[in-house]
Ligand binder design. Structure first.
Ligand code: ZN
Length: 484
């Protein structure tokens, strides 16, 4: 197996070195002709060991059509849905929800994986989509995958930033990092975003999340490569992610990036406290570091400062154990030749023993582990709708006023409501709902903010509610037997 893969990589590299994979090659199965016929004869590459056998990067259209086809092919296991906010160019951002019996509400813990916050990081579209195919093809035969899809609801958003991806993938602005915002508060046109004069415009979407927004490790100036945006969640792409996290019990999350060989967790700047849950949170990070053979830890220790990131948002909103992978390192680019995507997925060839797939499987299984989240054991009638809710106030950093000095303005307070719903299935015994702990990590110290979940139940009559306290790793009994 290893030999076959290594040999495949060599052949593909030879092909790609002359064909320039970055230049918009046709999809697998398309014509192999690259014009002129002047190329030396090379073996025609028609497949790779990836679950789909692909040998080229997907385009935006291909990836979106593929998500539609995956849902159609696996109707009992996959539900595709649009995130609520269209991008500023009007693109829909798609998510795939994957689990056994996907259309039936359940109390399964949720694992969220994202790709492509940053436009030019094309491998981060490939790796999640290949993992989805891998899960679906091997469900029912691979016992680890079968067990994981029985226990966990996996939600993938392979392209958080479709506008930016399209601009980069079509090579109109290949090295684009940010989204298509050209001027704050104004909707851009495609022509404005594609205009070379606006090549440096846009908001860095992984600096636009609300938790610690405006701190160090982001630009206040719009032409900065890490521009944070006009306000926390100013960008529709990050409003989508905020709402996804606020409406599900996401216990584990991963943001895929390239190309720096790191596994990252919160805190993401030196201004933030050590997380309350550091022992458990870091133990998962270190195991992921072994799966990838990369340094693992908090951003400022193993990488650099970055404020307003996805893992800060997820951890400080709900205690979600959230991580970043910096995939396909060492190739002097954000989207190296496609063979490196293949090698990164399996941990073969250029990346021996460094497998994104292994990390993804570990995260899926971490989501299934009740020692890492909380469980509500609910007594309620079958068919009742249950709602879990909490009002919180998320905080930005004391906002840096410019990139030139360290003068800071006040903290931006962001009231939010977290609301998840499900329906009690028919069956014996209590209903188990896998949730985040009721108390939330403080943004000011290594401590928890004492909070409770409100659990409401409604069948046909008036809803009834109870307040519940539940710690990480613990189970709490909730009696809603009077619900009718
Ligand atoms: Zn990135």
């Amino acid at each position: 197996m290893t030999i076959a893969r290594a040999r495949w990589s060599t052949i593909l590299l030879a092909t790609l070195s002359t064909a320039l994979v970055a230049q918009g090659t046709p999809p697998a199965g398309g014509t192999g002709g690259r014009g002129g016929g002047a190329q030396p004869a090379t073996p025609a590459m028609t497949s790779s060991p990836l679950p789909t056998g692909r040998v080229t990067y997907r385009t935006l259209t291909e990836a979106n059509l593929e998500m539609e086809r995956i849902e159609a092919a696996y109707p009992t296991k996959v539900k595709r849905f649009a995130l609520p906010h269209k991008t500023s160019l009007g693109s829909t951002v798609w998510a795939l929800e994957i689990t056994h019996d996907v259309k039936t509400p359940s109390g399964k813990p949720v694992f969220v994986m994202t790709g492509l916050h940053h436009s030019r990081e094309w491998p981060t579209v490939e790796l999640p989509l290949e993992f989805i195919h891998d899960l679906l093809k091997n469900d029912g035969t691979d016992p680890r995958i079968t067990a994981a899809l029985e226990k966990v609801r996996f939600i993938a958003v392979p392209i958080v930033n479709p506008d930016g991806f399209d601009l980069s993938r079509t090579l109109i602005n290949e090295q684009k990092r940010k989204n298509c915002r050209v001027q704050d508060g104004k909707e851009p046109t495609y022509a404005e975003c594609a205009n070379p004069l606006n090549a440096g415009a846009g908001v860095d979407l992984n600096r636009n999340y609300g938790a610690f927004w405006g701190g160090i490790g982001a630009n206040a100036a719009p032409n900065g490569q890490s521009y944070r945006g006009a306000a926390p969640f100013s960008e529709p792409e990050i409003q989508n992610m905020r709402d996804l996290f606020a409406s599900h019990q996401v216990v584990v999350a991963l943001s895929n990036h390239t190309p720096d060989a790191k596994v990252l967790r919160a805190p993401s700047t030196t201004d933030e406290p050590t997380p309350f849950d550091v022992a458990q949170y870091d133990s998962v990070a270190q195991l992921l570091g072994k799966d990838l053979k990369w340094d693992a830890g908090p951003w400022p220790k193993v990488y650099y400062n970055a404020s307003g990131t996805m893992e800060e948002q997820a951890y400080y909103t709900a205690g979600t154990f959230a991580f970043t992978f910096e995939n396909t390192p060492g190739q002097r680019g954000f989207h190296p030749a496609y063979s490196f995507v293949v090698d990164q997925y399996f941990g073969t060839g250029a990346y021996p023993g460094s497998s994104s797939r292994a990390g993804y499987m570990r995260l899926l299984e971490a989501a299934a582990d009740p020692a890492l989240h909380s469980v509500l054991e609910i007594k309620a009638p079958a068919g009742a709708t249950l709602t879990l809710s909490k009002k919180i106030v998320l905080e930005s950093a004391p906002v840096l006023l410019s990139d030139r000095d360290s003068t800071r303005g006040p903290i931006v307070k962001q009231p939010m409501e977290l609301t998840s719903t499900t329906v009690v299935p028919k069956g014996n015994g209590p209903f188990l709902w896998h949730v985040n702990p009721s108390s939330r990590p403080s943004q000011h110290g290594q401590e928890l903010i004492a909070e409770q979940w409100t659990v409401s139940c409604k069948l046909k009559g008036k809803p009834i509610s109870v307040a519940v306290t539940v710690a990480r790793g613990a189970k709490a009994k909730v009696d809603l037997g009077k619900c009718q």
